[in-house]
Design a protein around this ligand. Structure first.
Ligand code: FES
Length: 552
């Protein structure tokens, strides 16, 4: 056995020799960022290991691949790769702590428009819950008045099995993987239900019903449905219809009378959350055409009007979540969320105004847009050499183009010269050529999906009245820079609207209104779904959108 002291918290634990550190931390409820479910490929589960007695913690190949020499020298290691071989102090840097991530979705507390009629003598409560891959948000409503009494949210405990739905599916394919996903999701929900009830001073046994929406993978793991078919083309869901059962049957800690309604799925990775967004925006009742874009690892796009809808999910990959970006991190304290260039230098907006620890998706988009404007990145996505930078560019811009591991990189933050509070964690942050390529791939997937849906309906952007940006990421996006890199369409900014957590709003409607529930089921039944991965036109469209052509 070895003794580990975990910082922060000064937790002292006894651990069997050669236990994997990532699993040890997990077992003690200490969640570190683990985008790749411990495969050693994402490089995000960084911890600092200080061996007792001054020994040096062994370094793995994956450590060398993801960490710089100076970081290795400071004892930084990947938690998923390090086996406990000595007594040690384990320090978890802020950039690796999952509990620091921004939990979003609390903003909209409006109740739905048509509250359920009162049941004589009984006060009825219910919860509408959006099962996001990252964040789960639950709203507790008085079903009689339709009023939102409390909102509770929390990080999805499934995150320890990987950041995106693909990692979750891969985990489900392992022995006991599906059961582990289910247990983690149930634990997340039980906690949210308990907290919302406590806040509203409602007992859990006073709940009448839970309405659960979410993406295809979340709705499957909630219902313990196998995920195997979502691992291979044509990504056919095992379940697609709405389902109503007791919450206890889903494993939730609710009395037997509490019912649970799960949203229907449209097809492939276009799940119940897209249905609830469509419901919340009344897309199915409008004569003019609207588009909803939910930007994420699997970006979902829906286009249509009263005349019909078409949907697709775009395999954008995790770049927008900061994964596969060398200095990427989620939207947590220390993440650079916005970037602008001025004549004097780089201006960074950092979450919680602390030392920059990494860049999240919105910061990455801003940075690349600024580099495009400055001529430091060309239309093909190439980071140019200092001598190729336009003559009019300021000298500081050229000086920030450096060589990093034999390839060009741009210094986004240098703790030696940039004016931010220095901490022990401060390190230079670089945008590498590979990071820019990752963003190109991600934005091309979303943009191509949007265009393909338009083409499918024989429409152009002129025919689209509004583009709605759904989801947490959309809330923080700057449409102008997103247009500059070609992620968002070339519409006037006044025709691009943020709708926040519309999935939650749609679930609230379905909680209190039978009509809206039937509408949701009709949307799911009637909406067309295009499987882009099997569509040859998408491949060409995707290739066309890889270029960073200005779309402002
Ligand atoms: S590298 Fe450790 S979880 Fe990804």
């Amino acid at each position: 056995m070895h003794t580990l002291t975990i910082i922060p918290g000064q937790l002292v634990i006894q651990v069997p020799a050669r236990a994997r550190l990532h699993e040890v931390l997990d077992q003690h409820g200490i969640a570190v960022t683990a985008y790749c479910d411990g495969m050693g490929t994402c490089g995000k589960c960084v911890v600092r290991v200080t061996c007792a007695g001054g020994g040096v913690a062994p370094v793995s190949d994956a450590d060398r691949q993801h960490l710089h020499e100076d970081e290795l020298a400071r004892g930084l290691r990947l938690a998923c790769q390090w086996r406990v071989v000595c007594d040690a102090t384990i320090e978890i840097p802020a950039r690796s702590r999952m509990e620091h991530m921004q939990v979003q979705g609390k903003g909209d507390q409006q109740g739905p428009r048509t509250p359920r009629p009162a049941v004589a003598g009984i006060r009825q409560y219910g919860m509408a819950i959006d099962l996001g891959s990252t964040t789960v948000v639950g709203s507790l409503l008085d079903l009689e008045s339709g009023q939102v009494l409390a909102v509770a949210s929390g990080l999805n405990q499934q995150r320890r099995f990987g950041a995106d739905v693909i990692s979750r599916i891969n985990h489900a394919l392992q022995a006991d993987g599906l059961a582990e996903l289910h247990v983690a999701l149930v634990a997340t929900l039980d906690d949210i239900v308990a907290r919302a009830c406590a806040e509203a001073q409602v007992r859990v046994d006073q709940l009448h019903e839970l309405v659960l929406t979410g993406n295809t993978v979340m709705l499957h793991s909630m219902q313990r449905a196998p995920l195997d078919t979502l691992a291979v083309l044509p990504f056919t869901p095992v379940i697609s219809a709405a389902h109503r059962t007791s919450a206890a049957a889903l494993g939730l800690a609710c009395p037997a009378h509490v019912m649970a309604y799960t949203f229907p799925i449209i097809g492939g990775f276009v799940g119940g959350d897209t249905v609830s967004c469509m419901l919340a925006t009344d897309m199915d009742e409008r004569d003019d055409c609207h588009m909803i874009i939910d930007i994420g690892t699997n970006g979902e796009v829906a286009l249509g009007s009263r005349a019909g809808w078409v949907t697709a999910s775009a395999p954008a990959g995790p770049a927008f979540e900061g994964a596969r970006i060398s200095c990427g991190m989620p939207g947590a304290p220390g993440a650079i969320e916005h970037v602008a260039f001025t004549a004097a230098g780089v201006t960074l907006d950092v979450i919680d105004e602390t030392t920059p620890l990494g860049v999240c998706g919105t910061g990455l988009i801003d940075a690349v847009a600024a580099l495009l404007d400055a001529g430091v990145v060309d239309e093909t996505g190439r980071l140019v050499a200092p001598e190729e930078v336009p003559d009019a560019a300021p000298a500081w811009l050229r000086a920030r183009i450096v060589e990093r591991n034999g390839a060009p990189a741009f210094v986004l933050f240098d703790p030696q010269t940039d004016a931010y509070e220095h901490t022990a964690e401060a390190r230079p942050l670089y945008l590498t050529q590979r990071d820019i390529r990752e963003l190109q791939l991600a934005k091309a997937a979303i943009a191509a999906a949007c265009e393909l849906l338009l083409r499918t309906r024989g429409l152009t952007w002129d025919d689209v009245t509004f583009v709605y940006l759904a989801g947490a990421f959309g809330n923080y996006l700057r449409p102008a820079t997103a247009q500059r890199i070609g992620l968002l369409p070339p519409l006037p900014l006044a025709r691009i609207a943020f709708i926040g957590n519309a999935a939650s709003a749609g679930a609230r409607r379905a909680l209190v209104s039978g009509d809206d529930r039937r509408r949701a089921e009709r949307i799911a039944r009637e909406a067309a779904h295009i499987e882009l991965a099997a569509d040859t036109a998408f491949q060409q469209c995707y290739a066309d959108h890889l270029l960073f052509v200005g779309r402002t």
